[in-house]
Ligand binder design. Structure first.
Ligand SMILES: [Zn+2]
Length: 125
């Protein structure tokens, strides 16, 4: 997958999610060689780790939604955060199975589309 092309796609996805949540300010999405993603509420920069690409389309969508939810709510991992994240994931036809703040599994149409247990990349990070 072309990094620049994917970054552009994630940017468009992020702006769509923001618009659907009545946000007028959009964050700037960057794919980075970081261990974890990050949302900077002051600069409006969201970083998504490059390794997440290898986890597949559904996982990277989840990762983007996780970070954009921080942007929308200006919040850390509260109950409200989890509710909003789930709402946005559901709108993308994804059902999260949580383990604490992150998901351990993602379902789509009742099928497992991402599982932490069987992911070599995720467990290496
Ligand atoms: Zn987070």
């Amino acid at each position: 997958m072309d990094k620049i092309k994917l970054q552009k796609e994630l940017q468009e996805q992020a702006e769509k999610i923001c618009r659907e949540n009545n946000m007028i300010d959009f964050p700037n999405i960057h794919l980075k060689y970081n261990r974890r993603g990050h949302t900077n509420l002051n600069t409006g920069h969201i970083s998504i780790p490059i390794w997440a690409i290898q986890e597949g389309e559904n996982f990277i969508t989840y990762y983007l939604i996780h970070e954009v939810t921080h942007w929308i709510l200006s919040q850390s991992h509260t109950l409200e955060f989890k509710r909003k994240e789930t709402e946005i994931l559901n709108r993308h036809n994804l059902e999260p199975i949580y383990s604490k703040v992150y998901v351990k599994m993602l379902l789509k149409d009742n099928q497992i589309v991402w599982d932490k247990k069987t992911s070599k990349i995720y467990n290496r990070t």
